[in-house]
Structures are given as structure tokens and as C-alpha cells.
Design a protein around this ligand. Structure first.
Ligand code: EPU
Length: 421
């Protein structure tokens, strides 16, 4: 296994180009199951979660081919298996997104229950309730969801809560169902809109994208398309916060600023200079940022996927801030590691009280999930001395060439073999 070694205290300066969005391409790869035709995706980042999804699709009998860097060809002409096994689902919960398309197309899907994971229990009851409303029979057997349906039927379904992959699963299922499905209280994350847009280009009929009520008219057949994956808003925000925490000046290119509104508002309130262009954002400071409370919320609120990185920023800010996590339980595992670097943070329930300190100091830290790892890298970039971030496989799940991009911004960062697990 690898570790990331950072000598901190260097302000980041320059430009970084954002890669394709992890959470968009994962859904799109699953949507490839909806058609027998070839799907071609451009702008595909190099990430372990994509490798895992490829493994899963291969296991289902799908043909895959990376015929050029950043380009992925997927063809699900035949589906020979309908099982998403425990070994894959446990490493990547997003595997559950094959449930909707497999069931809609093949009439059966056996998908391992994801089980507990590092950021809370994360049940999939909404996915299952929605599919049942569409006429599926669902049994839980041996840790697997066994879903069966002759043909899914359109329905009127209201989500009890906002769920991103839940919405994506049901949109995919409804696209091949008989009749019209109305999904209410639907999450509105940009990756959901991207999926709906691609399904529409495949011959689907989805209305209301970007609103909480989505209407899907099911089709008998969808066809293949060529698609360029949207930029990763979480990667973009992470680099902006990396610039801010090191008191530097970073411009992220090839991003969609509208997807970053809640974060940019917070960075502006924290006293950073924020310049927004058509497809780029620049954040700069030469002083200490001001403390500023935040509460995570589904889109368009402040993303839970930014909470850990924002906490690294607040750990060095002037004053005290309250960081409240409302989307996931147990998404504060980075706190104890930040404290080991000298941060003054106390957690009470869903809120962390962060008292900004003048300086963090480098330490050995353990990554526990993807965004927690990004938070530790940011803290390491700002800290005095050397930080070693262990368990880098979490970072490799979701950040494309992280060390190269940070090094190009001036960071002293390298990847080494790790003897500590
Ligand atoms: N929830 C339920 N029942 C369900 C589904 C969700 O109770 O059936 C709860 C979850 O336990 C959680 C909340 O609803 O408390 C929101 O979960 P959601 O389903 O929206 O999360 P997800 O779809 O599993 C996606 C992203 C996450 C991101 C969240 C929230 C993908 C592949 N993953 O997860 O991304 O944090 O939405 O925006 O799209 C990441 O990239 O690091 C990451 C974790």
C-alpha cells in the first residue's frame, strides 16, 4: 500500500484542470446496462471506483474497452449474470446502482446489501421501496437483495428523504418501465441531472430534471450515445480549499461554477477573494481566513462531501466555527486525526466546534474515507513539518492524479510505499 508524504507550509499557486465527475460517471456506467448498444464516455478520470465498477460490469457479462486515455467504451449487448457480489459492493457502495437497470432490463437482480460503512449505516430502503412501488418483488436472503419483476410498471412515488443514488436507481429503472413514473421529493444533485440528460439522449423521456418532481415515461428500448462526462464539482472545491488553507491563489479550470455556489458563498464569507468565470473559479488570500459556521445539506446546500475539507480550513481560521453534518451520521472521523495535528475541535452529536489555531504540525495520520483523506491532505499542505497520510487507497477511489495536480500547484508532495497499514 502507498502513503502520501507532504512537507507543508507552502502556499499553493497556479491553475489546475478538473477531471470528469466520479459520481456522474459511476451512474452513467450503470446506465449503460439500459441498452444493448455501445456507450462511449469521454473525460473519464483514473479512479479506483471506476475500476471497481468496470469489474462489476465485466462480471455481468458486459464488454468494456479503454480504447484511448480518458475514453471508455461499454457495450452490454448481452447480460450473462445478474449478481452484484458482496466483495464488490462492500468496497464501493455505488455498486447498488446496478439494481435498477438490471431489474428493468432482465427482470431480475441480486445485489449484496452494502452493510455498514465508514460514513454511517447508509441504508437503501428508499431504493427498495421505490422498486416495490414499480411492482418488483423484493426478498432479502443471505445478505442479498433479490429483486424480481416481469416488467416494472410506472408509479407515483415520494421519497421519504433525499437520496442521490436512490433517485438515480429509480430514474434508470423507470426509463425501461411500462408507463409513466412520477418521483417526488427527489434529490437534485447535478449528477442526477447529468444522468437524466444522458438517458434522454439515449431516447428516454425524462421531465423536470433539476427539480424535486421528476416525470419519466418508460420506453421499450434505449440506444447508445457518446458523452463527455461533466467536471467533478467536489474535486474543484477541494482544490479551491487547498489553495485557501495554504493561503495561496488557485484557479480551477474546466468546472461549472454554478455547482459550487454554496461553497463559494462560504469562502467569500470567510474573507477569501473569489472570482468566478464562465468555466473557472479563482480563490485567493494572503491572510488568515475568518471562522464561519456551516451546516451540510442536500444540493443546492453545502455538500457533505466538502465538510471534511472545510473543517481543515476552519481548523486554521481566526475564531470559532460550528460545523454541522446533517446528511450522514458518523462523518467526523477526520476530527481525531486533525486533533493529532494540533487542531482544537470538539464533537458533540452532529456538530463539531472548531476553534481556529495559529498553526498545525505535521504528523502521521490515517485516512478513513475519501473526503476525510482529502481533509488530511489539506491539513498536511498547511501544516508545519512533514505529514504522512496512510491508507491512501481511499484517496485513489476519488481523486484523479492528486499528487501530480498538487505538485503542479507548488506543493511538496510525493507518494511512497508504506510499511504501516
Ligand atoms: N438514506 C437512507 N435510505 C436510503 C438512501 C439513503 O436512509 O435508501 C440516507 C443515507 O443513509 C444518508 C442520506 O440518506 O444519511 C443521504 O444518502 P444518499 O443516498 O444521498 O447518498 P449516496 O447516494 O449513497 C451519494 C454520493 C456520495 C455523497 C452523497 C450525498 C455517489 C456514488 N455517492 O451517496 O458521495 O456523499 O450522495 O451527497 O453518488 C463521495 O463521493 O465521497 C461520496 C460519499
Amino acid at each position: 500500500m502507498d502513503k502520501i508524504v507532504i512537507r507543508g507550509g507552502i502556499p499553493l499557486n497556479g491553475e489546475v484542470t478538473i477531471s470528469g465527475a466520479k459520481n456522474a460517471i459511476l451512474a452513467l456506467m450503470c446506465a449503460s446496462l439500459l441498452t444493448r448498444d455501445e456507450m462511449i464516455f469521454h473525460g473519464v478520470p483514473t479512479l479506483n471506483d471506476i475500476r471497481t465498477t468496470k469489474q462489476l460490469l465485466l462480471q455481468l457479462g458486459v464488454c468494456l474497452d479503454d480504447f484511448a486515455a480518458g475514453t471508455l467504451r461499454v457495450k452490454a449487448a448481452e447480460i450473462s449474470d445478474h449478481t452484484a457480489p458482496y466483495e464488490l459492493v462492500k468496497t464501493m457502495r455505488a455498486s447498488v446502482m446496478v439494481l435498477g437497470p438490471l431489474l428493468a432490463r432482465e427482470g431480475k437482480a441480486d445485489v449484496s446489501l452494502p452493510g455498514g460503512c465508514a460514513i454511517g449505516a447508509r441504508p437503501i430502503d428508499q431504493h427498495l421501496k421505490g422498486l416495490e412501488a414499480m411492482g418488483a418483488r423484493i426478498d432479502l436472503e443471505g445478505g442479498y437483495v433479490k429483486a424480481r419483476a416481469e416488467r416494472l410498471q410506472g408509479t407515483d412515488f415520494t421519497f421519504d428523504l433525499k437520496t442521490v443514488t436512490g433517485a438515480e436507481n429509480l430514474i434508470m429503472a423507470a426509463s425501461l418501465a411500462k408507463g409513466t413514473t412520477v418521483l417526488r421529493n427527489c434529490a437534485v444533485e447535478p449528477e442526477i441531472a447529468e444522468l437524466a440528460h444522458v438517458i434522454n439522449r439515449m431516447g428516454g423521456c425524462i421531465d423536470g430534471t433539476g427539480t424535486e418532481t421528476i416525470v419519466i415515461e418508460g420506453k421499450d428500448r434505449l440506444h447508445g450515445v457518446v458523452h463527455e462526462v461533466m467536471p467533478d464539482r467536489i474535486e474543484a472545491g477541494t482544490y479551491l480549499m487547498a489553495g485557501a488553507v495554504t493561503r495561496g491563489d488557485v484557479r480551477v479550470r474546466h468546472c461549472r461554477p454554478a455547482h459550487l455556489s454554496a461553497l463559494l458563498e462560504k469562502l467569500d464569507d470567510a474573507g477569501l477573494r473569489v472570482d468566478v468565470g464562465e468555466d473557472e473559479v479563482r480563490v485567493a488570500t494572503n491572510g488568515r481566513v475568518k471562522s464561519n459556521d456551516v451546516e451540510t445539506a442536500p444540493y443546492p446546500g453545502f455538500a457533505t462531501d466538502f465538510q471534511a475539507q472545510y473543517m481543515a480550513l476552519m481548523a486554521l481560521a481566526d475564531g470559532q466555527s460550528m460545523v454541522t453534518e446533517t446528511v450522514f451520521e458518523n462523518r467526523f472521523m477526520h476530527v481525531s486525526e486533525l486533533v493529532r495535528m494540533g487542531a482544537d475541535i470538539r464533537v458533540s452529536g452532529r456538530t463539531a466546534r472548531v476553534r481556529g489555531v495559529q498553526q498545525l504540525s505535521g504528523a502521521h495520520v490515517q485516512a478513513t474515507d475519501l473526503r476525510a483523506s482529502a481533509c488530511l491532505v489539506l491539513a498536511g499542505l498547511a501544516a508545519q513539518g512533514t505529514t504522512e497520510v496512510h491508507r491512501v487507497y481511499h484517496l485513489d477511489r476519488g481523486y484523479d492524479r492528486l499528487e501530480d495536480k498538487l505538485a503542479a500547484l507548488g506543493a511538496d508532495i510525493r507518494r511512497e510505499k508504506d510499511d504501516i497499514l
